[in-house]
Design a protein around this ligand. Structure first.
Ligand code: HEC
Length: 115
């Protein structure tokens, strides 16, 4: 009887170890995407130039009235709502942002905040 208890205890301990090993190795396998890889996952034909343009536009046009906030300080959904509002405000204040520029800025912010 004692033997059976011992063997089943060992089995339980061993299987617990095996499970935790599996968990840690799957965590290690978690892929961290580059900015470009994330952008291409979200948007068809997204290029490094699109990303760089969006970043430059954000850091110039969106820093005209206040400091440009960290792209990760808002969620992708928040950015999708904020950028059109801020573009409209900027255009109203004679600091023009074209619709092409608005798209590049949005894609840049959504890409970075999605990671
Ligand atoms: C004409 C000046 C001006 C420009 C240009 C401008 N903003 Fe703003 N922004 C403001 C003002 C004023 C506020 C605060 C009042 C408000 O929230 O409407 C603000 C607030 C914000 C906030 C905080 C709102 C929140 O919900 O936390 C964010 C984020 C933001 N702007 C992002 C942007 C982005 C992105 C751009 C470029 C597309 C931009 N801003 C361009 C004037 C500007």
């Amino acid at each position: 009887m004692k033997k059976i208890i011992l063997i089943s205890t060992i089995t339980i301990v061993l299987s617990a170890c095996a499970t935790s090993k599996e968990n840690s190795s799957s965590a290690e396998k978690k892929v961290i995407l580059s900015d470009l890889e994330m952008g291409q996952k979200l948007y068809q034909n997204y290029t490094q130039a699109n990303f760089d343009d969006g970043k430059n536009l954000y850091n110039s046009k969106c820093a005209a009235c206040h400091a440009a906030k960290y792209p990760t300080s808002k969620s992708p959904e928040e950015w999708k709502a904020i950028v059109p509002n801020m573009t409209a405000l900027s255009n109203k204040k004679n600091k023009p942002i074209s619709s092409d520029e608005e798209v590049l800025i949005t894609k840049y912010l959504v890409t970075v905040s999605s990671k």
